[in-house]
Design a protein around this ligand. Structure first.
Ligand SMILES: Nc1ncnc2c1ncn2[C@@H]1O[C@H](COP(=O)(O)OP(=O)(O)O)[C@@H](O)[C@H]1O
Ligand SMILES: [Mg+2]
Length: 385
């Protein structure tokens, strides 16, 4: 991977001069895993945290002339804060020319299923055929003729909260009419009944009633504050008994299967099967992430009966408390490429929700003076994407 990076314009900076800036989002918590990994790092790092959602963001960013890297942590709770983050980050990356991690493209497609579809089309990444309609008459015309089932998705939303599967044309039509109305579409926010362990979870919630109330109040607010209106995302249904969750961070590759629980949707069940991804899948993940230098990614994909892969999601942040994302015969580890082979290295590589691994990747990029990404043939931008 090193070969994909070019020398910084000011090489020779010593490793112990590191200065990182975290661009936090509106959540009090999202960036704390970065803070934890940085504070535990054996390398001396000076850290500044800037809240990108505040009015003084620009002055604060502009004052950080000596920072080696701006660590970005885009939000995933509401579309309006996501828009704010992407817009301000655009200025930071492309007008001010700052080094950011992960890349702007990775952020642009994160928690935005419209951009994700455009990006996958433009990069020839196989994915479920997707149509995004901004005209009611086009959506209704499609509804009369499409094969069923069809999957409707909100642009933002995790754990299946914005996903509906339609088997009846009349229900699909109602969904579309609601989207093209003042009401719009809201995501689900109630208890996740697909997750299992329900009695235990209820008891846990009842033991902490005030925090349960504020938790659901917040979930309700986030899911309903900005209903999705005036466009609809419809996708071909891919029958799947599982979804692969693959991860690439730097040169480390991982994978396991996500399984359904109660109901049809897989996302949000927290059920997994520790099957090791075959070399063909690792090759595929490498190819998809190499296309635009995506080195901090979770790739979720379906596999049809014929063995074809369909990428469902690409996410530069994903939630997993597991300190490992892959087990082989019960042993945690990662795959790394050695020539044509994929070598399994034993170890626990995904501590702190993989932020420790992300931080070592950032450090290795700065250490080698190789932060800026080499231009791809189709990429006319000055340095990294
Ligand atoms: N095209 C599809 N075909 C079949 N099932 C799908 C499709 N897209 C999504 N699903 C189901 O819905 C779940 C949630 O969809 P996903 O796009 O991953 O949204 P989220 O961001 O909420 O995880 C998936 O885990 C899968 O079970
Ligand atoms: Mg998903």
């Amino acid at each position: 991977m090193t070969a994909n990076y070019t020398q910084r314009t000011s090489p020779g900076k010593r490793a112990d001069d590191f200065r990182l800036v975290i661009l936090r989002n509106e959540s009090e918590y999202d960036h704390l895993e970065w803070v934890e990994s940085i504070s535990r790092s054996t390398r001396p790092i000076s850290l500044v945290i800037i809240d990108l959602t505040r009015d003084d963001w620009y002055e604060k960013v502009a004052a950080e002339a000596g920072a080696d890297c701006f660590i970005v942590r885009p939000p995933g709770a509401t579309a309006y804060f996501k828009q704010l983050y992407d817009e301000r980050l655009f200025i930071i990356r492309y007008v001010l020319g700052k080094n950011i991690y992960p890349t702007y493209e990775e952020v642009a497609i994160y928690e935005n299923k419209r951009m994700l579809d455009y990006w996958m089309k433009a990069n020839n990444v196989p994915h479920p055929a997707t149509r995004i309609f901004y005209h009611l008459e086009d959506a209704l015309y499609f509804t009369e003729r499409c094969n069923l089932p069809v999957v409707g998705k909100t642009a933002i939303g995790a754990g299946g909260s914005g996903v509906r599967i339609f088997r009846e044309r009349s229900q699909l039509k109602t969904y579309i009419l609601k989207t093209f109305s003042d009401k719009g579409l809201m995501r689900t926010w109630g208890p996740n009944l697909r997750k299992g362990n329900i009695p235990k979870r209820i008891l846990k919630r009842l033991a902490h009633i005030p925090s349960t109330i504020s938790y659901f109040r917040k979930k309700h607010q986030q899911a309903t504050v900005d209903p999705q209106k005036w466009f609809v995302i419809l996708q071909d249904f891919i029958p799947a008994e599982f979804e692969w969750r693959c991860v690439r961070i730097g040169d480390s590759f991982f994978g396991h299967k996500k399984l359904p629980g109660k109901g049809e949707l897989i996302s949000g069940t927290s059920r997994v099967s520790w099957e090791v991804p075959p070399p063909r899948l690792l090759d595929f993940i490498e190819e998809v992430t190499d296309k635009r230098g995506f080195y901090s990614q979770a790739v979720d994909l379906f596999e049809d009966a014929a063995g074809n892969y369909f990428v469902n999601e690409l996410q530069c942040y994903f939630g997993s408390k597991n300190p490992h994302q892959m087990l082989r015969n019960g042993v945690p580890g990662r795959f790394v490429r050695k020539g044509k082979e994929w070598i399994f290295e034993e170890g626990t590589f995904n501590t702190n929700n993989s932020h420790d691994l992300r931080l070592s990747h950032v450090i290795s990029l700065i250490d080698q003076g190789l932060f800026s990404k080499k231009r791809k043939p189709q990429d006319n931008s000055a340095s990294q994407t």
